[in-house]
Write a protein that binds this ligand. Structure first.
Ligand code: CA
Length: 469
């Protein structure tokens, strides 16, 4: 039995590790309950603490829908798990319980806290950062799904093949498109290519989605057992990380639309087609019905993809706040060979937008273009951190409202899945390629567009036909 140590803020202050004069005098650093050096940390999902946390988070968001962070939890990355008692003392400062951890980012913990998480994280960062126990601490930032609903009349998919047709009363200019119809002469996709849709969920019963919905080959549906041992029981079609259940259905509408652009079933005599006629779409629900997304849920989605060997995920969400925790997840995903295709943002600015603006090369950032080849007025841009353009104005795709309904939406959220779908086509054609090869092919095969010159890294519009040849 190892010795038990008593921690106190006063002791840390005496050691010169904490600046005096702050408001920490009401905090309590507590020793670990068990002084053992081999404490077992709970793993995802942790039911009691997590359930209670989600309830408190939802109450906070209901009261203040514009919150930039979940005030009830923070993300803390412990530098090394060789100081368990000190780590437990840090958790004790705000009576924290661990609600989840991720294999993807060792040391990262999602912790409840008894004070607003922005304040708590700042204190933890200052104290534990100085002690070398913590790499970073931050609140669980909140982001938004990004799209502007248009109307719901029927029309044509100008983004895939633009003949100058009038779409939703807007006449286009021919050939401002991604030449998907020509790419389909080479490949229409493959059921072996799996795409993670990190979004509001997917209406998996939609007639244009059902046949392309992924089923987890490692899981026996409905047997109440975590057959594949990934921490999620009966994750047959993916997971709802926002509500922590196995039903990643779409209660917002955004996710069914982006899923349809990637992979609405082609050549099935109904509705429309995605960039891929055939693909497998994984519902990774990371957002609420009202469109809030959390950093922690996003990390969970990427973690899920990496542990299941899924090579690409679509991220049509974001915000202006950079998260160290999500950044860690991107770096780990990069090492694991996973690529994230991200919406560049809908604020019409060149200031950073995350996750699109993280600097790792497994991030692709996508601006939105209209059917005349203009960059959308709402689209974010950036000569160094927005990679390319793709169709993102008046995009017609699946609606969550019924199994046979469709809708127009506009946004860089609609542009990103055109790139994700094209990446899936490239992987269908070249199954052994790394993300770096797929990325390089997509970026080197864009069609130059004057509206994107100087506004994006490539200065061009996605071209699926060039990418698959
Ligand atoms: Ca499972």
């Amino acid at each position: 039995m190892s010795k038990r140590r008593i921690f106190s803020l006063a002791g840390l202050m005496a050691a010169g590790l904490v600046m005096a004069g702050a408001n920490e005098t009401d905090l309590h650093l507590r020793p670990a309950d068990d002084g053992s050096d081999t404490m077992i940390r709970p793993q995802t999902p942790i039911s009691e603490a997590a359930r209670d946390w989600r309830r408190r988070r939802d109450e906070a968001l209901a009261a203040r829908p514009d919150l930039g962070h979940d005030p009830t939890t923070m993300l803390v990355k412990f530098r090394a798990h060789d100081l368990p008692e000190w780590e437990e003392a840090i958790r004790g400062m705000f009576e924290s319980e661990t609600v989840e951890t991720w294999d993807l980012v060792p040391g990262l913990e999602h912790l409840t806290c008894s004070r607003d998480s922005a304040d708590a994280a700042e204190v933890v960062q200052r104290i534990a950062g100085a002690l070398g126990i913590v790499e970073y601490a931050e609140p669980d930032y909140l982001y938004r799904l990004g799209a502007t609903p248009n109307d719901t009349s029927y029309g044509l998919l100008w983004g895939l093949n633009n003949t100058g047709q009038t779409v939703n009363k807007d006449r286009g200019t021919a050939n401002n498109d991604i030449d998907a119809n020509l790419a389909w002469d080479v490949t229409t996709g493959s059921s072996a290519v799996v795409v993670g849709m990190a979004d509001s969920g997917v209406r998996r019963t939609h007639v244009d989605l059902a046949a392309n919905i992924w089923t987890n080959p490692g899981e026996i549906a409905g047997n109440g057992v975590d057959d594949d041992g990934n921490g999620y029981t009966d994750d047959t079609w993916g997971w709802d990380f926002w509500n922590n259940d196995n039903n990643p259905d779409d209660d917002n509408g955004h996710g069914s639309h982006t899923a349809g652009t990637v992979g609405a079933v082609g050549n099935n005599g109904t509705g429309l087609t995605g960039v891929c006629w055939t693909v497998r779409l994984v519902g990774l629900k990371i957002g609420s019905a009202s469109g809030s997304v959390s950093s922690s849920a996003g990390i969970s989605a990427v973690n899920y993809c990496v542990t299941k060997g899924i090579k690409v995920s679509n991220h049509s969400w974001g915000g202006s706040t950079s998260s160290s925790a999500f950044n860690s997840a991107v770096t780990s995903a990069q090492a694991a060979g996973h690529m994230l295709v991200c919406a560049a943002g809908n604020s019409g600015v060149s200031t950073p937008f995350y996750p699109a603006s993280y600097s790792q090369d497994n991030i692709l950032s996508v601006a939105a273009v209209d059917n005349d080849g203009r960059m959308a007025s709402f689209s974010n841009y950036g000569a160094t951190n927005v990679d390319l353009g793709a169709p993102g104005v008046t995009i017609y795709s699946c609606s969550k409202n019924s199994n046979t309904s469709y809708a127009y939406l506009s946004g860089t959220s609609m542009a990103a899945p055109h790139v994700t779908g094209t990446a899936a086509l490239v992987w269908a054609r070249n199954p052994g390629w790394t993300y770096a090869q797929v990325r390089s092919k997509i970026l080197s095969s864009v069609k130059p567009l004057s509206s994107l010159a100087g506004k994006t890294v490539t200065g061009g519009l996605l071209n699926a036909n060039n990418a698959v040849r």
